[in-house]
Design a binder for this molecule. Structure first.
Ligand SMILES: [Zn+2]
Length: 105
């Protein structure tokens, strides 16, 4: 038997959802927030359905992805560790540059 959480993870992986705003997404024909959903499962049982769980998982992922370490400006980093190190870190996606600051993902 597949648990609701496993179904939610599978849904997230499929990526068949549309972000409407910070608090709302659309999964198939359902409008989903962090505590409500228009699907029958949620309306009847009043519990978190797989769509709500999926949205919660998505939110967790988003929080983790902004959890970066701030560094000095790229020029200083380059002087210290070399342009190759910087280029390598960027190529593997560990670091990206924005507004003249390096962010670690
Ligand atoms: Zn639902």
């Amino acid at each position: 038997m597949t648990t609701r959480l496993e179904k939610a993870k599978a849904l997230l992986k499929e990526g068949n959802y549309k972000i409407i705003d910070d608090n709302t997404i659309q999964v198939k024909d359902y409008k989903v927030s962090l505590n409500s959903c228009t699907c029958i499962d949620h309306r009847i049982r009043k519990l978190n359905c797989k769509h709500i769980l999926m949205f919660q998982l998505l939110k967790q992922e988003q929080l983790q992805s902004v959890n970066y370490m701030k560094l000095d400006d790229p020029i200083q980093f380059e002087h210290k560790y070399g342009i190759r190190t910087l280029a390598y870190l960027k190529s593997v996606g560990d670091v990206f540059e924005i507004h003249n600051q390096l962010k670690w993902t």
